[in-house]
Design a protein around this ligand. Structure first.
Ligand code: NAG
Ligand code: NAG
Ligand code: NAG
Ligand code: NAG
Ligand code: NAG
Ligand code: NAG
Ligand code: NAG
Ligand code: NAG
Ligand code: NAG
Ligand code: NAG
Ligand code: NAG
Ligand code: NAG
Length: 485
């Protein structure tokens, strides 16, 4: 036991030596040089580190940037859609023609590259700066920047980076969360500037459905970020030139560590490192409520109520997650699928069973319904029943609504808040509720009947053998039984 601290110390020494051995000298990659899988580049102030990593249990390899202090906090990924798989032969290469290339094995085709054209060779160098920006710059004039990782964001917006327009496509740059905790490829949500040019930013689902907007910039601030402005100094920079309008931010106290990040839950958060308690604290997030994120839980999924940030989604009754990733990796984009096939999909004559509708109360109804002319609720039900694409219907004062295909963004409302409505969900006959409730009722009867009959029996035995019953507690049934025998 006493030897343990020494062992640990020795191990730490070996480990630091090991790392020192394999991280390349300094923050710069020069032309003709490459970075192998075991190497890293460390920024001058040791704040950020660039190198190869494997997320979670995945065997895939990505080139990324992370905080040197927190290896798991990845702020940028180069090849988020094109992972490498051979550690020993993966390398980042700065070619003499000036470009960065990510190669695997002996392949001449890069997995990823900066793809620029330069008039001469050997004029660039690649540097990881202490603000987390990986830049390709002119060796002879380091203020000339040809390419920077800040212009190609992943999911993290660091202080000093721009939230603006992509110089190549002319469209807003987008911050996009990882698909799941082990897959950096782009998820379904995104965060970026208004494509129409106004000075506000949006959160979108499927690159089209806006579910949150920051509100317009009013020359000094955004009202939606007032809570964060004690620590963050957000500003909107705009010139007559459209392509030069962007948001950026700095920290009132430059020694703080802070970042904006769009999560897999579709929320944008401002996180600040609190060294005293060693946690990344969320000082601001939008939308505040998970239920305001559009279609968070995918097709036929609902946000749990009360909200559970570590496990927010569940499938509707009769449905199960499309893949294990739903709960294992918090990847809800695949949504839920039916446990049993609908009867209407089975046209055989032998099929006599019918689909049925389950009533779900107090829901916020999904958008994109089809209006249907029906005189009453049963006509509305019939209309849905006869259309095998119809997954649910609702009938209220405004009439009959039906939903075809996958149902997205169905929300269970808390009781006592906003007034919800009833929706009727189509389920297969095999999903019939009777079997379940029957089982439950039977159990309830057993639980009540057995003790009740026992008590009655005992009392009657007591009563008959002693003749006088003063109080149940005083009556020793075991004695009674013996005597009565
Ligand atoms: C490089 O850019 C050219 C056009 O500028 C394009 O045709 C080519 O596909 C790009 N290559 C890569 C690897 O992105
Ligand atoms: C570029 O630099 C490398 C060494 O860093 C050198 O071997 C090579 O000849 C140079 N190429 C040109 C075209 O200057
Ligand atoms: C270096 O680059 C900057 C920005 O591109 C430019 O303004 C400056 O004149 C250049 N300096 C020299 C010495 O070429
Ligand atoms: C589940 O996640 C893993 C890791 O990202 C991925 O390889 C796999 O394709 C996913 N499965 C489905 C069904 O989406
Ligand atoms: C952008 O402008 C188009 C055309 O004016 C309009 O249809 C669209 O709704 C606008 N989008 C936003 C997000 O304001
Ligand atoms: C997402 O958008 C694409 C087109 O941009 C569309 O084809 C696709 O159906 C949409 N996905 C869903 C689930 O609606
Ligand atoms: C902008 O909004 C902030 C707070 O939301 C307010 O204090 C300020 O007066 C507003 N400025 C202008 C110019 O409207
Ligand atoms: C916030 O940033 C802007 C632009 O970078 C700067 O002009 C301003 O002085 C900063 N405000 C504070 C309070 O630091
Ligand atoms: C806007 O600025 C970019 C470079 O920052 C330039 O290439 C472009 O010509 C400018 N456009 C206008 C309309 O001034
Ligand atoms: C979040 O949900 C709570 C409880 O349902 C509600 O009181 C609150 O107003 C919601 N917040 C927002 C910003 O919608
Ligand atoms: C959230 O879900 C996790 C995993 O299912 C569970 O362990 C935890 O107790 C839940 N938290 C709340 C507040 O319900
Ligand atoms: C169709 O229904 C019949 C009778 O219920 C059943 O035996 C058969 O397996 C079903 N076919 C399919 C493809 O589900």
């Amino acid at each position: 036991m006493t030897r343990k601290p020494w062992l640990l110390f020795a191990l730490l020494l070996i480990m630091s030596y090991y790392r020192a051995c394999f991280s390349i000298a300094g923050d710069t990659l020069s032309p003709g040089h490459s970075l192998s899988e075991s190497d890293t580049v460390v920024s001058q102030g040791s704040k950020f580190e660039l190198g190869f990593f494997k997320p979670g249990t995945s065997l895939k390899i990505y080139l990324g940037i992370w905080y040197k202090m927190f290896h798991e906090k990845i702020v940028w990924v180069a090849n988020r859609e094109n992972p490498l798989s051979h550690p020993s032969s993966s390398r980042l290469y700065l070619s003499e023609n000036g470009n960065l290339f990510l190669f695997e094995g002996s392949s001449k085709i890069p997995v990823w590259s900066t793809n620029l054209t330069f008039p001469q060779s050997n004029i660039t160098e690649a540097v990881l700066r202490d603000d987390g920006n990986f830049v390709l710059r002119d060796r002879s004039n380091t203020s000339t920047i040809f390419w920077e990782s800040f212009d190609h964001p992943t999911d993290t917006w660091l202080p000093g980076a721009k939230l603006g327009i992509d110089k190549v496509t002319g469209k807003p740059q987008q911050f996009i969360p990882w698909k799941n905790s082990e897959d950096p490829s782009p998820g379904v949500f995104s965060f970026g500037l208004d494509p129409n040019g106004s000075n506000q930013h949006f959160l979108e689902w499927n690159r089209s459905q806006i579910y949150w907007s920051s509100g317009l910039w009013n020359a000094t601030s955004l009202s939606s970020l007032s809570a964060g402005s004690i620590i963050l100094n957000l500003s909107f920079v705009s010139s007559k030139n459209e392509s030069e309008s962007y948001f950026t931010y700095s920290l009132h106290n430059p020694s703080n560590l802070a970042r904006f990040r769009i999560d897999q839950t579709g929320q944008i958060r401002a996180l600040v490192w609190l060294p005293g308690v060693s946690v990344w604290d969320t000082i601001w997030s939008a939308p505040t409520n998970l239920s305001d994120v559009y279609a968070l839980c995918g097709a036929f999924g609902v946000v749990q109520y009360p909200e559970n940030f570590s496990n927010p989604c569940e499938c509707l009754k009769g449905f199960e997650p499309f893949s294990m990733n739903y709960t294992r990796l918090n990847d809800w984009s695949g949504g839920c699928v039916r446990k049993f096939r609908l009867q209407c999909e089975n046209n055989t004559h032998a099929n006599v069973k019918k689909d049925w509708f389950m009533k779900i109360s107090n829901m916020r109804l999904p958008v994109y319904s089809k209006e249907y002319l029906a005189l009453n609720a049963s006509r509305c039900e019939l209309a849905c029943m006869e259309n095998c694409f119809c997954a649910a219907y609702a009938y209220n004062r405004s009439g009959c609504m039906i939903w075809e295909g996958a149902i997205l963004n169905l929300l269970q409302l808390p009781y006592g808040g906003e007034i919800g409505q009833d929706i009727y969900l189509r389920l297969a006959a095999d999903e019939y509720p009777e079997s379940n409730t029957k089982g439950k009722k039977w159990k309830v009867w057993v639980a009540v009947l057995i003790p009740a009959t026992g008590l009655i029996l005992c009392l009657s035995i007591c009563f008959s053998c002693k003749g006088k019953l003063k109080f149940i507690c005083k009556c020793k049934c075991s004695n009674c039984i013996w005597k009565s025998l």
